[in-house]
Design a protein around this ligand. Structure first.
Ligand SMILES: Cc1cc2nc3c(=O)[nH]c(=O)nc-3n(C[C@H](O)[C@H](O)[C@H](O)COP(=O)(O)O)c2cc1C
Length: 167
């Protein structure tokens, strides 16, 4: 069984919590979960299946630990990898940069097979570089004002991506 490497950066623990909840849907031992803080690029590069997760901070940037790490992704050939992208954000407080981390991730990994695009229906925001052709480039979770929708969004996303992570 090929495993999934799930790598998150999280300031207040929300992204970490969401990643733990998402990983619990997969079969036991399918997901290896890493805080990007203290993780090596070799560890990330060793996975063919990847889920990359960052909250969006500072008006459209990665969470700080991802920010420090992100240029190392340029060393990786993503062409043989399958990647799903996740961002936490706050559509009410940061409606012009909602979940922009998805768009930033995408630029780094787009040589690979990026899966798990989602509908923007049910969100209310002004602008986001996470949206291309009317779809999010991954999953947006808003624990600030829509935490009641998180379980359903995670479950739907899991159903959508799990087939792409089978060997
Ligand atoms: C100072 C500050 C800046 C933020 N900037 C953004 C932003 O640009 N876009 C966005 O969608 N959310 C933004 N957020 C919301 C966070 O991404 C959100 O609260 C998230 O749940 C934090 O997750 P974490 O605890 O895992 O870091 C910001 C929050 C704060 C406090």
């Amino acid at each position: 069984m090929k495993k999934i490497g799930m790598f998150y950066g999280s300031d207040g623990g929300y992204t970490e919590d969401v990643c733990k909840r998402l990983s619990s849907y997969f079969e036991d031992d399918k997901v290896d979960l890493f805080n990007i803080y203290g993780t090596s690029i070799d560890t990330l590069a060793s996975y063919e299946y990847l889920i990359l997760a960052s909250s969006t901070w500072h008006d459209g940037h990665f969470q700080d630990d991802w920010n420090d790490f992100i240029d190392k992704l340029d060393e990786i050939d993503f062409s043989d990898k399958t990647i799903a992208l996740l961002s936490l954000g706050d559509q009410d407080g940061y409606g012009y940069t909602f979940c922009d981390a998805l768009g930033l991730f995408y630029e780094k990994v787009k040589a690979g097979k990026v899966i798990g695009k989602t509908s923007t229906e049910g969100y209310d925001f002004e602008e986001s570089i996470a949206v291309v052709d009317d779809e999010f480039l991954g999953l947006c979770i808003d624990e600030d004002i829509q935490d009641d929708l998180t379980d359903e969004r995670l479950k739907n996303w899991y159903e959508n991506i799990k087939g792409e992570f089978q060997d």
